[in-house]
Write a protein that binds this ligand. Structure first.
Ligand code: ATP
Ligand code: MG
Length: 558
């Protein structure tokens, strides 16, 4: 069975794009699959881009094909090398490899110019001097057809000369544009003589000052696809109408008007609850200092998710879970969190951290500090053991103690009640000191020395288990607990999206971690037992700062 056979491809769920590919391969329209991911380097990638990356690179890989990384860099005013670098890093981190060299639309500026000239020579493009307002007026509306520009019938020879003048810097910005000559009465607005080139005296991060005319997306994108031999050009639904223009362009250029030319297919974009995905809005959050940067762990950016502790595997799994369709929808945060939880549950080493410490003194313990071997992962012995410590002074979490146990199932520490310290002994609280405000400051306990790793011999049942750290060995640490960035499900719909920011999206706590975390690596996941999944922050140097990736249980499901 060849890889191209329907069932041999992969165990991924199929989707309408795979069906199209299967059909194209069966009909020998294409002999292999070649996709591309075409980001505009005008911001950092977000989780919506991750969906597109997984689709483009993942589909190519499943069919033994290729996927290009192409920077769609035709608008120099908003682009920057910083974004180019971050995009390369994010794609690689997600686990994908682009075919050959990185491509830039700007690599093809000479070819674009030649193809535009071909359209002019064929009487299919003209230089138009209507100003912006006139152009709008002439375009008509969804209800009314447009009217032809007075410049529409200029001769090809004259248009070629005018286009050359545009290129040579003899036209001012906004003075004229090159337009395709299609149909001013088309029911698709994008077919009403769309602009192909405009004048911009801008420095470009790849081509420097060589050009002062820049091509429009609809002209550059299809030609770039065709030059690179892309077979399936996958984009989001808002380009549905533009498919007519994509096809028109390639069908009217001699080099590309062939059965195996690229075709565009649209899928629905990812929308995620409680966040925004528009680059303009993400820019605004960064520029207005409402987050610490593009990689703030509350941002839906790939760099933010990475810093927060999301793994590449969990984002790829998330993409599989949401699937590909043509129906616009809003994905719940619980889907994303289920993907990371399932991954981290398997791979994250277990450790203990106390985020709101209260001191415990074991009154009947007088020995040296005791070393205990605790499992790194209780369900996976192969991950080995870690060293933890027990001694006279310990810390537990303030929430794990109450003076009087409430009725019923209180499984924590209370006066005269026993509880097990995770990986260590059973202790019982005897009395507690309080400060003037009534807060407990120290809890005095006894421990049962016969209960390390075993139940009491007399058969008494101790149900609760709480986590702890030994006082002298524990390391001070800062914990950043993140909540949703916005307080409403669809912030993009708010008149002012900044007004619906969740003002409590970050809570900082000071506490203690096991000494084994002294050299924890940034971005590497841990399960802080009973607390959640955390990773060391990648920008806090030697200070022990941990970002909460996700809580242990779902707090989002409705
Ligand atoms: P803009 O063009 O406004 O700067 P964009 O989000 O379209 O923003 P691009 O860099 O053009 O950004 O996107 C690169 C690719 O990622 C495109 O093919 C685009 O369709 C896809 N993409 C962008 N946002 C999403 C999303 N939310 N879900 C799925 N794919 C997306
Ligand atoms: Mg775009």
């Amino acid at each position: 069975m060849s890889k191209h056979d329907d069932n041999a491809v992969s165990d991924r769920p199929t989707n309408f794009i795979r069906n199209i590919i299967n059909e194209d391969l069966a009909q020998h329209k294409h002999e292999m699959v070649h996709t591309r991911f075409p980001p505009e380097p005008n911001g950092y990638l977000h989780i919506g881009h991750a969906k597109s990356i997984c689709l483009n690179f993942g589909t190519a890989a499943d069919y033994d094909g290729q996927c290009n990384l192409r920077f769609d860099d035709t608008n120099p005013s908003k682009e920057d090398l910083e974004y180019v670098e971050s995009i390369k890093k994010d794609v690689t981190w997600l686990g994908f490899e682009w075919a050959g060299d990185i491509r830039y639309s700007s690599n093809y500026f000479d070819q674009f110019y030649a193809y535009a000239s071909e359209l002019i020579e064929k009487g299919l493009a003209y230089v138009c001097f209507l100003n912006a307002e006139e152009t709008r007026e002439y375009r008509g509306s969804l209800k009314a057809p447009g009217k032809n520009s007075p410049y529409r019938d200029t001769s090809p020879a004259e248009n070629l000369a005018l286009f050359a003048k545009m290129k040579n810097g003899e036209m001012k910005e906004g003075e004229c544009v090159l337009r395709a000559k299609i149909d001013m009465a088309s029911s698709f607005m994008c077919m009403r003589d769309p602009a192909l080139y405009r004048v911009r005296f801008e420095h470009h991060h790849q081509t420097g000052d060589k050009w002062c005319i820049y091509p429009m997306y609809d002209f550059a994108h299809c030609i770039s696809d065709a030059i690179e031999g892309i077979t399936h050009s996958l984009c989001t639904l808002e380009f549905q109408d533009n498919r007519r223009l994509y096809d028109w362009m390639l069908e009217h250029l001699n080099d590309f008007n062939k059965p195996d030319r690229p075709h565009q297919y649209e899928f629905s974009r990812l929308n995620l609850e409680y966040t925004v995905m528009s680059k303009r809005k993400l820019h605004q959050l960064v520029d207005d200092n409402l987050v610490s940067g593009w990689d703030d762990p509350r941002m839906p950016t790939i760099s933010g998710l990475r810093r927060r502790g999301y793994t590449a595997a969990s984002l790829r799994d998330f993409a599989d879970r949401i699937g590909i369709s043509k129906v616009d929808s809003m994905t719940g945060m619980d889907v994303l969190e289920a993907a990371i939880r399932d991954d981290l549950n398997k791979i994250a080493p277990r450790t203990m951290a106390v985020m709101d410490p209260i001191k415990i003194v074991i009154e009947n313990y007088d020995g040296d500090i005791e070393s205990i071997q605790a499992p790194i992962h209780p369900q996976n012995e192969a991950m080995g053991k870690r060293e933890i410590f027990f001694g006279k002074e310990l810390y537990i979490d303030r929430a794990d103690f109450q003076e009087v146990a409430p009725n019923g199932k209180f499984k924590r520490l209370a006066l005269d009640k026993e509880v097990r310290l995770r990986n260590a002994y059973i202790i019982k609280a005897v009395r507690a000191d309080q400060d003037e405000a009534g807060n407990f400051t120290t809890i005095y306990c006894t421990y049962d020395p016969e209960t390390l790793g075993k139940n009491p011999a007399d058969g008494r049942k101790v149900k609760g288990v709480i986590h702890f750290v030994e006082a002298s060995k524990a390391l001070p640490a800062v914990f950043r607990i993140y909540d949703r960035l916005f307080s409403v499900e669809n912030p993009a719909k708010a008149d002012d999206f900044e007004s619906v920011l969740n003002t409590e999206s970050l809570e900082v706590k000071q506490g203690l971690v096991e000494p084994g975390l002294a050299n924890s690596e940034p971005e590497k996941a841990y399960q802080f037992e009973r607390e959640g999944y955390f990773c060391r922050d990648n920008q806090s140097g030697d200070v022990q700062v941990y970002n909460r990736t996700v809580a242990l249980r779902d707090t989002w499901a409705k």
